[in-house]
Write a protein that binds this ligand. Structure first.
Ligand code: GDP
Ligand code: MG
Length: 437
């Protein structure tokens, strides 16, 4: 964790009064490494550390208990600034608002079109229409219908029409005539940038004059993402960037690089395949994520949305009294399932995505866990310490699992209990409070 490293690098400095060049150089080496690890372009990382160095030099550390934290703050603030500082909203003017998706094939345009429609419908009270302008693959139109069905949003398509400009224009007419106030136009992408695709999207763009032209990019593609962004921006002068597949271990350094190169705000991020896996882009949180601090705030917010306050309060008491048991664990799992994909969540916990890197988390991993817990007696659930070898054997048999799986669950349970305890420490108090405790 970069934060720890910085603390260590500055340990020797305590009592020295001012941050010196030598200490800064050492620390910034770590920062640069973290940035490169997070896929930030080399030159950008270098410029960035030079800037932070200027700011850090001569800062008073006598007043700061932990100089490392001061450095982290400097770095974080600078990163935040680089990524646009404030949250960039989405322009919903126009009657209807027209939103055009652009980006390479597989970047997540169709998925994001659905997520955005769902977001605007549920959070902004809009009536969106999805438009299928990917005319090359019949499966693409079908995919948009599946997406639209799952969120209850109408899809407009003209399967026989091979002219995406016409389809988009007709869709807008259809929207006006039928009371839709947002039109989201999903387009075709190629595996790599090519002239035909660029011409096509440029023509659609020109014809429908969208309020928002969004460039969708897979954050896992790292440096390539930057080049693609540049090409699209040169042609479309787009309004914002959507960073998809930011779940799991991707640290999102591409976000920083893209912002630096095209100077357009990142508006949303996609964090999973489900329709709910969309988040407004917060530059400060992304800065924390790049620094490996984990997106705790997003995690808390998402938890908050789903969390029953009463339950949270009860749970907090139990943790405090060391009474957290398997029944609570089961309740947590059910909660997590509601919140979305396990990997998304793990990625948001500081340090956890590294620690869990080699642990394969399947969504149906829960099935075994649930079976095992159901095979425990109520007593065993409330007092896991009771579970000895003999009981484990019985539980494994009863749940149709292997004893190793029972052991693994016991271990996971212990880790989770520990983590919950930690959340009650400094900083964690806030977390629990925000969760309703
Ligand atoms: P398009 O070709 O640009 O329309 O891309 P799609 O929307 O079809 O997405 C390509 C693949 O990426 C699909 O398998 C999606 O389920 C997946 N996908 C899209 N967004 C995300 C995301 O935020 N996270 C994850 N893990 N997968 C995503
Ligand atoms: Mg598509």
């Amino acid at each position: 964790n970069l934060s720890d490293k910085l603390d260590k690098a500055f340990h020797v400095l305590k009592g020295h009064g001012k941050i010196t060049e030598i200490n800064v150089a050492e620390t910034l080496k770590e920062v640069r490494r973290a940035l490169l690890d997070a896929d930030v372009n080399f030159k950008i990382a270098k410029d960035f550390t030079a800037k932070v160095k200027d700011k850090a030099m001569g800062q008073d550390v006598l007043t700061t208990l932990q100089p490392g934290q001061l450095m982290v703050k400097l770095v974080k603030d600078e990163l935040t600034e680089l990524m646009g500082g404030d949250v960039a909203g989405i322009n919903l003017s126009g009657a209807p608002t027209v939103i055009l998706m652009s980006g390479l094939q597989g970047s997540g345009k169709t998925t994001f079109s659905g997520k955005l429609a769902n977001y605007l419908q549920t959070k902004k009270g809009k009536k969106p229409l999805l438009v299928a302008c990917d005319i090359y693959r019949p499966a693409a139109i079908q995919q948009l219908y599946v997406v639209g069905d799952s969120i209850g949003v109408e899809v407009y398509s003209e399967p026989e029409n091979k002219n995406p400009v016409e389809i988009a224009q007709n869709a807008i007419k259809h929207a006006k005539a039928n009371g839709f106030n947002v039109v989201i136009v999903d387009t075709a992408g190629r595996l790599a940038v090519d002239e035909e695709m660029m011409n096509e999207i440029e023509r659609v763009h020109k014809a429908i004059q969208p309020q928002e032209t969004l460039f969708v990019v897979d954050s896992m593609t790292g440096q390539d993402a930057v080049n693609t962004a540049k090409t699209f921006n040169d042609r479309l002068n787009f309004d914002g960037v959507i960073l998809t597949k930011l779940d799991g271990d991707t640290r999102g350094g591409a976000a920083l690089s893209i912002k630096s190169v095209v100077n357009k705000p990142i508006k949303f991020v996609g964090t999973g395949e489900k329709m709910e896996a969309i988040d407004v882009f917060y530059p400060d949180r992304m800065a924390e994520r790049i620094l490996g601090m984990g997106d705790v705030v997003s995690l808390v917010e998402r938890a908050q949305e789903q969390y029953n306050e009463e339950e949270a309060r009860k749970l907090q008491k139990k943790i405090a009294k060391n009474e957290f048991g398997f029944d609570d664990f089961l309740a947590q799992i059910q909660q997590v399932k509601k919140m979305g994909n396990m990997k998304d969540l793990v990625g948001m916990i500081p340090g956890a995505s590294k620690a869990m890197k080699d642990v394969e988390i399947e969504d149906d991993a829960f099935k075994h866990i649930e079976a095992i817990i159901y095979s425990m007696t109520p007593k065993e659930r409330s007092k896991p310490a009771l579970i000895d070898m003999k009981r484990k054997t019985r539980i494994a048999k009863g749940s149709g699992t292997k004893i190793e799986q029972v052991n693994q669950l016991m271990k996971q349970f212990e880790q989770m209990s520990k983590m919950m305890k930690m959340m009650q420490g400094p900083g964690g108090k806030n977390l629990m409070k925000m969760m309703g405790g």
